[in-house]
Design a protein around this ligand. Structure first.
Ligand SMILES: Cc1ncc(COP(=O)(O)O)c(C=O)c1O
Length: 278
């Protein structure tokens, strides 16, 4: 057994259920659900049509999907990244579909964290629990940055940066709705170059915003504008779960500069690959 398993904390919804145990609503007020954050809107009709297509269904059910995903899918993701963030991500080397970003966010931690007892994973607080699970299971210490109106990432002391191997940033943030600005993301990217760690941006809420002409900025977009066209030490996640109301599809992607062809064999090797060839 992984000796770090015991350090995992119960999921928030388990804790919430325990807190709600035996409580009955007392008024006729409308019910505001604080349960699992499923979308309240319909998925696009063409997705339903496609999934109902007998030929597509048959092919999908009778073949193993490749880990790298279909090139058509990776190209579509690359085109979306171009339209949305004006970046050139190579569909062959920079994009990997994931069966849900939750799984991808977790796996990234297992791949890039060294497991050294002194290592630190920086994450917002409150947070999407998988960040903490990934940090704990690799035996790193989480360093929590309060998710205030503007998280004080600049206040993180140097000795913490020196031990940091991975930073999870969630923008737009769950649950606060905080949107990271260019200044904050470029500060993080600079620190990552300086102290040799990975920034993982969870951007699954990127398409939910108030002003039509002000979409939230993305990590890779900022990295590219800083002259890091291969997004050194930057990894961004996105998902169809929120933007397309399709959490059941388990379809998302991770975009990065880790060359898919070299493979990931062990955490320390992955770390040097990520850092050396970004
Ligand atoms: C902040 C955040 N990141 C990631 C996810 C995971 O999304 P999925 O695994 O469906 O892509 C969620 C889902 O609620 C979330 O709130």
């Amino acid at each position: 057994m992984n000796r770090h398993l015991a350090s995992l904390l119960p999921y928030p919804f388990e804790r919430l259920n325990a807190l709600k145990e035996g409580i009955r609503p007392t008024s006729n007020s409308p019910h505001v659900s604080l349960a699992l954050g499923e979308p309240n809107h319909e998925p696009p009709e063409f997705v339903i049509e496609c999934l109902s297509d007998q030929t597509v269904l048959h092919r999908g059910l009778t073949t193993y999907p490749a880990t790298r995903g279909d090139i058509t899918l990776r190209e579509a993701i690359a085109q979306w990244l171009k339209r949305r963030y004006f970046i050139d991500a190579d569909p062959d080397t920079s994009i990997l579909p994931v069966n849900g970003t939750r799984e991808g966010l977790f796996s990234l931690g297992q791949a890039v964290l060294s497991g050294e007892p002194n290592a630190i994973t920086v994450l917002p607080n409150p947070f999407y629990q998988i960040y903490e699970g990934a940090a704990f299971l690799r035996g790193t210490t989480p360093y929590y940055v309060p998710a205030t109106e503007r998280p004080e990432i600049e206040e993180i002391p140097t000795d913490i940066w020196q031990r940091t191997e991975l930073v999870y940033v969630c923008s737009p943030g769950n649950p606060t709705g905080y949107v990271a600005d260019r200044e904050l993301l470029s500060f993080l990217i600079d620190k990552a170059q300086q102290h040799d760690f990975i920034v993982a941006a969870d951007e699954c809420y990127s398409e939910i915003y108030l002003k039509e002409n002000e979409p939230p900025i993305g990590l890779l977009e900022v990295a590219a504008s800083m002259g890091l066209p291969k997004f050194n030490r930057c990894v961004a996640f996105n998902s169809l779960s929120k933007r397309s109301n399709c959490p059941g599809l388990r379809s998302g992607f991770v975009a990065t500069a880790i060359a898919l062809t070299t493979g990931v064999r062990c955490p320390s090797m992955c770390r040097s690959q990520v850092n050396g060839h970004g």
